[in-house]
Write a protein that binds this ligand. Structure first.
Ligand code: ARG
Length: 465
């Protein structure tokens, strides 16, 4: 009977609690494809090495194929009593092919098996994330090209700083996502060593060939230390670290979308596809998708932190604690993939509001730096003095509550007599952005060529994929 003090929900007593805390089949069934691929590679290698008979290996392979079909058809019965995906599959294999099934587990353990399965899963996931990120970059680069000349305010401290272009802003995220992809690729490279054959922790006395299974599973090489092979979870933590940073980037963009789509800014329009109405306030159009992209970041960073804490005090080699790696990673990557898809959707959907953006670009004396630069260039003034002179002109504009173009030449000359009316040529926002031609600067010409460069590179990649 269950313990009356603490066993309320466990009608079958302590053993039921053991099964509940111990079993991972509720979540690790997600690894079925990787588990079957790993087992097929292992069985084929065992046969080639003369460790098991060729006809046993054939039966095993056929049985595993049948199991794959059962699982994909939703006909497989997962059992919690059988703990995890590895034992569930092996037990079904025994039902299907009889005693030959028992030979599959020669020269391996669930410890190297789970490390292999999970590495394969993380690798597949990195590949899926990478191609989703490539699509997001394409959407951003296209938007950038289309709006390369659209001026908007550039901010520092969320205060109007200098005019930039909408395209330039989009390309900033293309760069960030580019680094994210680089981090995922880097993690993938380090991950791609095969733990299979490390067995429980010490290797095996059977004459296995780990290079064969490595090749069959697309690994670059076998791992070189059996203890490390079964106790390494760096690969998932590193992938989660890349995911966290990527999520942070998506979250920053999401925050901008929230700000931009507000009634106070109206920088962009999002369609009903990515907004919802309020049940009580009819005027509202809430940017829920962006808000949720912003929020998913918490789960993703949380998963990374959780797993780091799980790992931090573990002695070598495998400890059951490591079973906790999977749910965190599954959830984090599911969240990331959803966030990437939603962000891509919003980029395709968003329409910059040209008139509002241009008006806002000129507010807050955004071309003050252009004025100071003009004083430096035309009057050969040291920049610090030019900054001071400009400050006094800005004060006049501010006092009269007009923008810089409306300060009269007389007023300017009262601050500095050498100023001529040529100065007005640099005070418009369009002129301002056009003048920012330094490499990486916001001039529409630069933006167009950077956007083109990305479009070409991404198209080349997409064609190869
Ligand atoms: N379900 C386990 C995990 O995810 C598989 C490895 C179990 N190994 C063991 N020796 N009990 O970590």
């Amino acid at each position: 009977m269950s313990n009356s003090m603490w066993g309320g929900r466990f009608s079958e007593g302590p053993a039921a609690i053991m099964e509940e805390i111990n079993a991972s089949i509720g979540f690790d069934q997600k690894l079925y494809r990787q588990d079957i691929a790993g087992s097929k590679a292992h069985a084929a290698m065992l046969a080639r090495q003369g460790i098991i008979a060729a006809d046993d290996a054939e039966k095993i392979a056929a049985g595993l194929d049948a199991i794959l079909r059962e699982i994909e058809a939703g006909e497989f019965k997962f059992s919690r009593a059988l703990e995890d995906i590895h034992l569930n599959i092996e037990s079904r294999l025994k039902e299907l092919i009889g005693d030959a099934a028992g030979r599959l587990h020669t020269a391996r353990s669930r410890n190297d098996q789970v490390a292999t399965d999970f590495k394969l899963w993380v690798r597949d996931t990195i590949d899926a994330v990478d191609s989703a990120l490539r699509n997001l970059q394409s959407a951003l680069a296209d938007k950038a090209f289309e709006h390369a000349g659209q001026v908007m305010p550039g901010f520092t401290h969320l205060q109007s700083a200098q005019p930039v272009t909408f395209g330039h802003h989009m390309l900033a995220y293309v760069e960030m996502i580019g680094r994210d992809r680089g981090r995922f690729q880097d993690a993938r490279k380090r991950l791609n060593e095969n733990p299979l054959g490390a067995a429980a922790l010490a290797g095996t006395s059977f004459p296995i060939d780990r290079f064969q299974t490595s090749a069959a599973l697309g690994f670059d090489r076998p791992t070189a230390n059996s203890l490390d092979s079964v106790s390494d979870r760096d690969f998932v933590i590193e992938a989660l670290a890349a995911a966290s940073l990527c999520a942070i980037h998506l979250s920053r963009f999401a925050e901008e979308i929230v700000i931009w789509s507000s009634a106070q800014f109206r920088f962009i329009k999002l369609s009903d596809k990515f907004t919802t109405g309020s049940s009580i306030m009819p005027q509202k159009r809430n940017p829920d998708a962006a808000e949720l992209v912003r929020a998913k970041t918490g789960r993703i960073i949380g998963a990374q932190t959780a797993l780091q804490i799980v790992m931090k005090g573990l002695p070598l080699a495998y400890q059951k604690d490591m079973q906790e790696d999977k749910e965190q990673a599954f959830d984090a990557f599911e969240s990331l993939e959803l966030a990437i898809a939603a962000t891509t959707g919003m980029v395709l959907d968003m329409q910059p509001e040209a008139v509002t953006l241009k008006k806002a670009a000129g507010s807050g004396f955004a071309t003050a730096t252009d004025l100071a630069d003009w004083l430096v260039r035309e009057l050969n003034m040291p920049f610090r003095d030019a900054h001071h002179v400009t400050g006094r002109i800005v004060a006049i504009a501010s006092e009269r509550n007009v923008d810089l173009t409306k300060v009269t030449l007389d007023e300017m000359q009262a601050v500095h007599p050498a100023i001529t009316d040529a100065v007005y040529s640099v005070l418009s926002v369009d002129k301002s952005v056009r003048s920012r031609t330094s490499y990486g600067g916001t001039s529409p010409k630069n933006v167009r060529s950077q956007a083109k460069r990305w479009q070409r590179a991404l198209a080349r990649e997409a064609a190869k994929a």
